[in-house]
Design a protein around this ligand. Sequence first.
Ligand code: SF4
Length: 405
Amino acid sequence: MASGIFMNLGCRTNAAETDELAALLSAADNYVVVNSCTVTTAADRDTRKAAARARREHPEAALVLMGCYVDAHPGDRLGADLLVPNAWKGAPQGVTEALPPAGVRRSRYVLKVQDGCDNRCTFCIVWQTRGRSISRVLPYLEDRARAAAKAGYQEIVLTGIDLGSYRGGLGPLLERLLEAAAPARLRLSSIDPSHIDQGLVRLLEHPRLCPHLHLPLQSGSDEVLARMRRRYDLATFERAVASARAVRPDLALTGDVMVGFPGESDEDFERTLAAIEAAGFMDLHVFRFSPRPRTAAARYAGQVPIAEAKERSRRTIDLGHQLGAAYRARFEGEELDVIWDRVSGGRIRGVSQNYVQVSAPPQGRRAGQLERVVYREGSIDPAPRFSASADVTSDGEWQTASSAR
Ligand code: SF4
């Protein structure tokens, strides 16, 4: 018996939309909603699997398939009774229904502030499935931030497909939301390095803005970045990191890197490794390029053999692990503000303001709760990390099912 089941794939923006829909729909009806993803070939595969599982396990329920897969594969129903493309997902301002209390559905509240992207990176299909950049109005976002704080959320994650393109600027938005969200802290999800400006950097000093940036570097080679049609070169990325570190030496830097982009030479790849090391990423999502339908890069010459791309992926993931361990070691014996999440393997997992993942015995702790802990291996020790190895990413992508973050 289904009666209102939601299966979410893909990015945090999808997750925010799934939560909004769950707040709107009646739990009494009999349906399964699969909010799909198409950012990688692995995401396509996961979407097909999720739809097949929904059909198999809930044959009596209405199956609703919505989101990017629907836009990217028109007519491919996957057995769904209703197809909902992104444009139908809801009014741009979203819903104002009561939020489930912190810890019930999620331990941290995900707030979608923007959708779509005006850039046209040559590997990316997301700008085709989500359309042009559109920003939610400030009063709506302030209302949601206030509601989230009132519902007990200690952290609000701001998300969007191209977050930095928020109309009116991300800095002014953050200032208003920091006020509205009190006492909750805010965290930015993925943001293009070209959108890091002085206003934003100054705000990193705010005690309730998490000292964490997720910058999708993708490549350390300017030639590759140009062929990807990214909006920045390596020097712009390096400047963004240096200015953020100047105000927050404890900054947690996470990011996305793509290996095996067509024409990526050994030298290009070595430049990427050097850039990762110099930037000191503490966590990396590594993606192997795979051609997406109707994207320019799918037709590019110089496709990198799979074995070579896999080897580059392995080396990049290894480097990410080393840098992550070095970053975490800096906080041994230091106090961290952890928000607890779910219990797994007999321990409760949590994440600190600077994105250090920890675990502890669950006694007396509950999902959504904020606790100041002393970070030590053994008592509060680092939780195991899951490495990514999917194919291709977009900036909005930060949490694919395939990469199990
Ligand atoms: S990779 Fe990001 S910036 Fe580029 S087109 Fe896709 S969503 Fe836009």
